[in-house]
Design a protein around this ligand. Structure first.
Ligand code: ATP
Length: 401
């Protein structure tokens, strides 16, 4: 079943209650699995299930990556790999990619390059922006299940010499990871999906859980969707919660098509499309705020879900009045930041709003947060930045003085 759940509609509560009901009706908590995306969300789910059910009867709530790690580790060849596999963090992967690209730039200068980047790209091989692009291509390829050869063939068919070079790069990159006994996140899920394709592992996965619950389904990528198919496809009990309007991770491979196709990808045991329910009451936002969001979502097309469900999902009922939305435009980014700081300070000093009840949301964390933090701090507004949102290089603890 797919549950469409807008912000503040009680998604987490519903998920926890659905789990609690199963446990109350006699399900073995060890045969229930709750999957989510971030570690923070997994911890919150674990806490809320433990509070509701008592620690001993709460099922496992884990991230996709953590689940994949356990699976890959459990099937690791013990003779070949004595040490546990190590996962590369994002910044570590960045270093590996940049070192390899720098090495390739040098080989190209010496005329010994075996990865042939197109001429117009060669000059930017050692830039940060290019390394970021290459990392994205590597990750998307693995999420789509493409190895170096398949990526190379695809590049040839589509006439993309840059992707063809990326295929060569992928081969070299994977060799280096193998030699070091490490995996990156995309590779980890890819390996888990490959494992799930083996008949004996597929049988093990299919028999492991009686019910699987997935939070934030709109954030799944193609590889994670495949893994779920192995774990809970074929009409077994799978309850997925999501909101296609909150799909914001396309840049890192999330595929909103996953939630739009869910009912066909995970049909009921009788072959009909999966059931769908909609949570229709927003417990958090006032009516005025919901009216504003409705005007925005009303312009967003969503073609593959039944129109009635989409309407119910986007026209949430409010449990209270109020909420206010104001939009401002400024001539420069600096003027914008000064005014944001001013609005927050006034709210605190003149209206007595506690700092902890204020939030500033930005579009691209890595680029915007350092400037926002500087501007607010120098205006006397205390700032706490969510650790997950700062690239390691901007952490005060590691940034050069
Ligand atoms: N059926 C309900 N009746 C009354 N209150 C509810 C109900 N479901 C949830 N709530 C309350 O609404 C608030 C938001 O619930 P919850 O945290 O489950 O929402 P959510 O949809 O998971 O939020 P998010 O948008 O952050 O994912 C909580 O205070 C919760 O207690």
């Amino acid at each position: 079943m797919l549950v469409l759940a807008g912000p503040g509609t009680g998604k987490t509560t519903t998920l926890v209650e659905a789990v609690a009901r199963r446990v109350r009706e006699g399900a073995d908590p060890e045969r229930l699995l709750v999957l989510t995306f971030s570690r923070k969300a997994a911890v919150e789910l674990r806490d809320r299930m433990a509070a509701r059910l008592g620690g001993a009867s709460a099922p496992r709530a884990t991230t996709f990556h953590s689940y994949c790690y356990a699976l890959v580790r459990a099937h690791q060849d013990v003779d070949l790999f004595v040490d546990p596999l190590r996962l590369l963090s994002g910044p570590e992967q960045d270093v590996v990619v940049r070192e390899l690209l720098a090495g390739q730039a040098e080989l190209a200068r010496e005329g010994r390059a075996f990865v042939r980047w197109p001429d117009d790209l060669r000059a930017c091989l050692t830039t940060r922006g290019f390394a970021d692009e290459v990392r994205a291509v590597l990750a998307r390829s693995r999420e789509l299940g493409l190895g170096p050869r398949a990526l190379g063939e695809f590049a040839e068919r589509t006439g993309r010499p840059d992707w063809s070079a990326a295929a060569g790069f992928l081969a070299e990159y994977l060799d280096v990871l193998d030699a070091q006994g490490v995996l990156d996140y995309a590779e980890l899920v890819h390996r888990a999906v490959l494992l799930a394709g083996r008949p004996e592992v597929a049988a093990e996965l299919a028999g492991q859980y009686d019910a699987v619950f997935v939070d934030e389904y709109q954030d799944t990528d193609v590889a994670q969707g495949r893994l779920l198919g192995a774990l809970a496809g074929g009409g077994r009990t799978l309850l997925a919660f999501g909101d296609p309007d909150q799909s914001i991770y396309a840049f890192r491979g999330a595929d909103v098509g996953g939630i739009l196709r869910f009912r066909e990808d995970f049909p009921r045991a009788d072959g009909r499309p999966a059931d769908m329910e909609v949570l229709t009451v927003s417990r958090r936002s006032g009516a005025a705020l919901l009216a504003a969001t409705r005007r925005i979502t009303g312009r967003m097309p969503l073609t593959r879900l039944p129109a009635r469900a989409v309407r119910a999902h986007r026209e949430l009922a409010a449990v209270r009045d109020g909420g206010r939305v104001e939009a401002y435009t400024y001539p420069t980014a600096g003027a914008e930041l000064d005014n944001v700081a001013d609005i927050l300070r006034r709210a605190h000093l003149e209206d007595g709003v506690p700092w902890r009840e204020m939030a500033v949301l930005v579009r691209a964390g890595g680029r915007s947060i350092p400037g926002v933090r500087r501007a607010l701090t120098s205006a006397g507004v205390p700032v706490e930045v969510d650790g997950d949102d700062i690239p390691l290089r901007h952490e005060p603890a590691v940034a050069p003085c």
